[in-house]
Design a protein around this ligand. Structure first.
Ligand code: FES
Length: 400
């Protein structure tokens, strides 16, 4: 008990110190002469930081390739020069406008990290019937379309100090994209680990990059590929779902890591399967994309009596009143109402949508609550993963 109150006090102290730094910095910048500001802009580490972590990168759709009936591969080419480098497995936020409002969604980069030096990123987009953004991309992107993207982000990357040298990668559907990037980077020598891919799809016709993956496995002894089909039986492919038994069948001797990227149903199934492998939790890594679309399936969620709440959104000196259903995130409600709110991962992890809860109550599912303890203590929320439990007032930063 004593320990936890000491921890809380320490957190309060650190947060108070941190909160003081920002106004002090802003004041220094405000008081600085234009010469001093100019010098800062050309300061070498600042130039390098801007190149490595640009806020926005301007690209053009250079090529479009249909991979299956509902998945399309888009090649984005930098409008001049290179694109920011990244580790295989990273994602970018892709921006698109609808009715004058800018929206964004995260997509894993499917191409090799090496291609960014030539100014190229590739993303594969699956058209979802109930997915507003994927339809927007499929319907409006053509060769020559100008597309803004964020800097690469995320930590679903191979890290030799943390991960085992041998990795089982479990992909479901379009969740293959970060693993394609990893395989390409093993082939071109950027990454050095052994990768066994277990790739699940319903039917053979739904496997993305099938020939390319098969060729990669034939070319490099560090890459193994196993296709797993749930709805049909085919020679050379496993039949069924990817569970503990199948993973053990292909797992190497000794220590190995498991990386997972796929639909939420796959994560839910694997939650019961992965513990059967008996490997340490630190060796299990999951890509976290995906807004939880309905909180009702969460174990600790209690559905509120009301179905819809009033959400007051303060941005700077402005204030808007909108409606938010009990089963939609605050971010979705804002976007639906034309409020430009910041976002990146949309999974509660990156903190980019970080906003202040002024009043009211909301529910954040534990598995997508990436807030720091200090944020929770001082009433900050991530609107991308928060569902209303009452009328609410929130302070939201401007989108940049
Ligand atoms: S967008 Fe990443 S935490 Fe909300």
């Amino acid at each position: 008990m004593k320990k936890s109150s000491e921890k809380t006090e320490k957190l309060k102290l650190n947060a108070a110190k941190f909160l003081k730094i920002i106004p002090e910095r802003l004041k220094k910048i405000k008081d600085a002469s234009s010469e001093e500001i100019k010098a800062l802009r050309s300061y070498k580490p600042n130039l390098l930081a801007a190149e490595l972590h640009p806020q926005i990168q301007h690209t053009t759709v250079a090529e479009i390739k249909k991979l299956t009936d509902d998945v399309t591969l888009y090649t984005l080419k930098a409008d001049g020069g290179r694109l920011a480098p990244f580790g295989a497995g990273s994602y970018i936020s892709v921006f698109a406008e609808h009715n004058g409002v800018s929206f964004s969604r995260p997509y894993s980069i499917a191409s090799s990290p090496g291609a960014s030096a030539d100014g190229v990123y590739e993303i594969a987009v699956k058209r979802k019937d109930d997915g507003f953004f994927s339809k927007l991309i499929h319907d409006s992107f053509a060769v020559g379309t100008k597309v803004d993207v964020s800097a690469p982000a995320g930590d679903f990357t191979y890290e030799p100090l943390r991960d085992a040298k041998r990795v089982i990668c479990i992909a479901g559907g379009s969740g293959i994209t970060p693993f394609r990037s990893m395989i390409l980077s093993i082939l071109d020598g950027t990454e050095d680990f052994e990768l066994t891919l277990l790739y699940g799809a319903k039917r053979e016709s739904e496997i993305l990059f099938k020939d390319e993956l098969t060729a990669a496995a034939e070319k490099d002894g560090c890459v193994k590929v196993v296709f797993v089909l749930s709805d049909e039986e085919k020679d050379g492919a496993e039949h069924g779902f990817i569970g503990a038994e199948l993973i053990k069948k292909y797992a190497p001797e000794g220590v190995y890591s498991v990386f997972v990227c796929g639909p939420q149903a796959m994560y839910r199934y694997l939650e019961g399967e992965l513990p059967k492998l008996g490997i340490a939790g630190k060796y299990i890594r999951k890509e976290v994309f995906g807004q939880i679309s309905d909180p009702c399936g969460e174990p600790d969620y209690v559905k509120p009596e009301k179905e819809e709440f009033e959400l007051t959104v303060r941005q700077g000196a402005g204030e808007k009143h909108i409606k938010c259903a009990y089963n939609e995130t605050l971010l979705s409600a804002m976007e639906r109402s034309g409020i430009a709110a910041p976002s990146r991962c949309r999974s509660g992890v990156c903190g980019f949508c970080h906003s202040k809860l002024v009043s009211g109550e909301c529910y954040t599912p534990g598995r997508c609550d990436g807030r720091r303890e200090a944020d929770k203590l001082y009433g900050y929320i991530h609107p991308c993963s928060a569902f209303p439990l009452s009328d609410m007032i929130i302070d939201v930063p401007y989108k940049n």
